[in-house]
Ligand binder design. Sequence first.
Ligand code: DX5
Ligand code: ZN
Length: 226
Amino acid sequence: MMREVLFAPSLLSADILDVRSSIAALRGEHDWLHVDVMDGVFVPNITFGPGFVSALRKRYPVEVLDVHLMVEHPDRLIDSFLDAGSDYLTVHLEADRHIHRTLTMIRERGARAGVSINPGTPEELLRPVLPLADLVLVMSVNPGFGGQSFIPSALEKTKSLCRWREASHYNYRVEMDGGIGWGNAAEIALAGCDVIVMGSAVFGAQDPALFLQEIKLNVKEAIAHA
Ligand code: DX5
Ligand code: ZN
């Protein structure tokens, strides 16, 4: 069976005064909704809290909510984001001294545990916790803002993570986030990425649903001809 690549539009680039219209404009062409949580300390920007996730959960009971915590000491916040209804909860390796415990806690609460690394962090540092991860999020920009340029070292990191998964029979999906759009999605998928996050490319498109349809087709064809 052909490998399926999932698409997770980032609500960071949605219309924050009219998120419902932004989600409606996807017309169900997306797979997950990516929610960027920023605390103004781990990254130089502040965004959504657990109340936002819980409002999404209430209005969209069957959407997969992929919550990306860019916060210091994420262990203090995981309970509130899980109570809010996150399906995937991803924490940064750089932000948590006890990443092993945090990933275990997320799984014990019945959610999917994700771990993320910044562009400056080597993927080798993830190895001890890979058996505990359902998702590994490779940042392809320095987190904080949408609309930045793609940092290509994320491609090699993705390839390593796919190799290690195969060699050790791990189960995580590899996700990439930052600077992804029409020009590089196929290359990213060919590197082995399973979940593509896109903010400005999707919500900046004239017709976000049509854009998703076209980019999915483009990625599918690239995989089929690889
Ligand atoms: C960056 C966030 C991303 C962001 C991506 O800090 O983690 O999810 O929304 O935006 P684009 O796709 O515009 O680079
Ligand atoms: Zn993100």
